[in-house]
Structures are given as C-alpha cells and as structure tokens.
Write a protein that binds this ligand. Structure first.
Ligand SMILES: *Cc1c(COP(=O)(O)O)cnc(C)c1O
Length: 383
C-alpha cells in the first residue's frame, strides 16, 4: 500500500484504525472491553494477557500516537496528570529537574506537594530564556520539562536551543506539546526525548474525555515508559481509547479552524478600549512571534488578554453567553477561565504576581464556532 509515498499527517489521522480489524473489516476499530484474555496453552499467548499490560483498542491508539509524533512508542493514561506522574516516577530521590516557570498548575502541584517529599527537586525557570535554563543546570539535574507555548501568557521557548543544551548536558528533554499537538509542532525534530500531552485538550477535542499521553523517541525509553505504565497502572480504559482515536480523525481539520478563529479574535481584542494587552503568538508584536513561526506550523487556539480591572474580568465571565466560563481548553466549544483563581490557583500569590498572572487576566480557548459569533459574545460581555 502506498509504496514510497508517505501519507500526509492529515490522511493518517483520518485513516486511523481502518484496516486493523482484519477479521471483520470494521472501518471503526472495535472496543475490546475485556479485562483478561484466554491463553491457548501454558506459556502461550494471543499477544494479549491482561488489559493493564495491553489491550487491542489501546494498541491501535498508542501506535497511531507514536507515529503522529514521530516517536517509537506511546503510552496512554487516564489523564494528563497520570501521564506526568508516571513520567516523574522514572526519576530517583536526589534527582533534580528544570521545568517551565509558567507550567500548568497541576504539574506544579504534583511536583511541589508530592514529588518534593519523595526527593525529586524542581527548579522553575523562564524556559523562554535558554541561558537561564543553562544556568540552572547542576550536577544532580536529570531533565528539562518545557511547555511551549506557555500557560497562560503563551511565551515561546526555543525548542532547538533547549535541545542542544540537553544533548550537551546529557539531560532528558521533555516537551509538553498539549497546546499545539503534532499537527503544529513536532518536538522530536528538535531533539526531544519524551513528548507529553493532556489528551483531554486538543487531541480529545470535545470536552468529553480525560486522557494523557507519553511518547518516547527511542525504543529504549519507550520500553521504560511501558514498564512504568504497566507497573503503576494508570492506563486509559478501552472505551476512552476508542473515543480518543475517533476524535483524532478530525484533529488537523479542527486545528485549522482553531488557529484561524484565534488569530481573528486576537486581532479584534487588540482594538478594544477595555483590553490593555493581548497575548497570542500569532500577533506580530508578541515576543515569541518569530520564534513560533520558525518552529511551529501554526499559532494554536489559545490566547490570553488583560482587561482594565479585576472587576471587569469578573463582569466578562458573568455576562458571557456563547462562551462558557469553564476550566480546560482545546475543545470545539469556546471556554474562558480566570487563571489566577482556577488553573494557576495552586501557585502562591507572590509567585503568580511575578509571572503576571493577576485577576484582570482572562484566558480564552477559542473554539471552532463561527468566529463572528465568538467576537459578538466578547463584545457584549466587555460592553
Ligand atoms: C491540562 C493540562 C495538563 C494536565 O492534564 P489533565 O488531562 O487535566 O490531567 C498538563 N499539561 C498541560 C499543558 C495542560 O493544559
């Protein structure tokens, strides 16, 4: 099939799972809702023994995700936090990791309130400044975990420079690719060793599923992640594997619209008198604009903006009609949050203020509705 002609990512997404169920020819790959599998004889296996260790529906999804990112193996988990927690269990007491200072609040919480006690230390560094990352490396440092674009101010880290630093210092290079997905950004091209996703966001894309993904570049690291997944057991169940695989079929199409809508909304917000700042890498005045252009195929669907006061921010959230005031991002439906109180509520207040996450900052996950309707809702909420 298709010799010497690699299919485009979009085509591979649409065709995910097709032709995999040889026995029936099912176009939609079936849900194998079985916890265990019958052995043909002692020491024999169909390839499946027990669902924590492996499940045919999960295999189809994991193989597709590994291929999409260009890695050797993917493991799927019950949430993004389950994926990250499992990854952190790769480290030992005494190890140190460097992470983005504007990290997802839940990742900050698990590092500070759980892994710190187990002896895994973390430094929070501005990963948009590669020299600051280099300066934070010491003899116990084992890894760099970068989220780019950052959350919620969409700062852009130099994936290539960080890749070179990690290679030179022999550090595990981990990229949380939740915001852009492999459709727009391919961390393995820049030397990453592990890619992380909260698949609850764009990969799932419909606000109806919690899931997480780890993808390893090398087969050796892939084996290690699989060992951790099977040992710790935070797997994604077969029905959710099927739903996530189904959702991935439209990923490229959805992102095209997310990007186009976000660009228009960001441009419109810059003209509004009650908006004092707009953070979107697609705006030429954004500090990460040129870097983003050089390392990603689009600017994504996430933006943040500052209004004239905390009271205005609260008023906007109260008045929204089409856009929902809700946590999360990356779904087809537009959602708005107040990061200082919600997603970043676990970060201490002085630290939040230093990062510029105050109560007049709103974050918008721009959905795929008609863009005029999104802007009209913002207009009436800001009036
Ligand atoms: C949401 C999110 C997570 C956590 O994922 P869950 O699926 O909510 O557990 C991790 N990283 C980023 C960037 C996220 O947005």
């Amino acid at each position: 099939m298709n010799q010497g002609n690699p299919q485009s990512l979009q085509t591979r997404l649409v065709q995910l799972g097709v032709g995999r169920d040889v026995q029936t020819g099912a176009i939609s790959f079936p849900i194998y809702q079985s916890a265990t599998f019958r052995h043909p004889g002692v020491g024999e296996s169909t390839g499946y023994d027990y669902t924590r260790s492996g499940n045919p529906t999960r295999d189809v999804l994991e193989a597709a995700l590994a291929q999409l990112e260009g890695g050797s193996r993917a493991c799927v988990f019950g949430s993004g936090m389950a994926a990250l927690t499992t990854l952190f269990l790769h480290f030992a007491a005494g190890d140190h990791i460097i992470v983005s200072q504007d990290l997802y609040g839940g990742t900050y919480r698990v590092l500070e309130q759980i892994f710190a006690k187990l002896g895994l230390a973390a430094s929070y560094v501005d990963t948009t400044d590669s020299e600051a990352v280099a300066a934070a490396v010491h003899s116990q440092t084992r890894a760099v975990l970068v989220e780019t674009p950052g959350n919620p101010l969409l700062g852009v880290a130099d994936l290539c420079a960080l890749g070179e630093l990690c290679r030179a210092q022999n550090l595990l290079y981990i990229v949380d690719n939740t915001f852009l997905t492999p459709v727009l950004q391919r961390p393995f091209d820049f030397g990453a060793d592990v890619v992380v996703h909260s698949a609850t966001k764009y990969l799932g894309g419909h606000n109806d599923l919690c899931a997480g993904v780890l993808v390893a570049k090398s087969s050796e690291l892939g084996e290690r992640l699989y060992f951790l997944q099977n040992s710790c057991g935070a797997i994604l169940p077969p029905q959710d594997c099927w739903l996530l695989a189904r959702s991935l079929k439209t990923l490229a199409l959805r992102l095209e619209r997310h990007c186009a809508n976000a660009q228009k909304v960001a441009e419109w917000l810059t003209t509004h008198p009650r908006v004092s700042a707009v953070y979107y890498p697609g705006l030429p005045q954004h500090p990460g604009h040129h870097l983003s252009r050089s390392q990603a195929a689009g600017f994504g669907g996430m933006l943040s903006f500052r209004v004239d006061s905390a009271a205005t921010a609260r008023q906007v959230l109260k008045r929204l009609q089409l856009i929902s005031f809700a946590e999360s991002l990356g779904g087809v439906e537009s959602l708005m949050t107040l990061p200082a109180v919600q997603t970043h509520g676990d970060i201490p207040e002085p630290e939040r203020r230093r990062l510029g996450i105050c109560e007049s900052l709103l974050r918008l996950s721009v959905g795929i509705e008609e863009v005029g309707d999104i802007i009209a809702d913002l207009e009436q909420a800001l009036a």
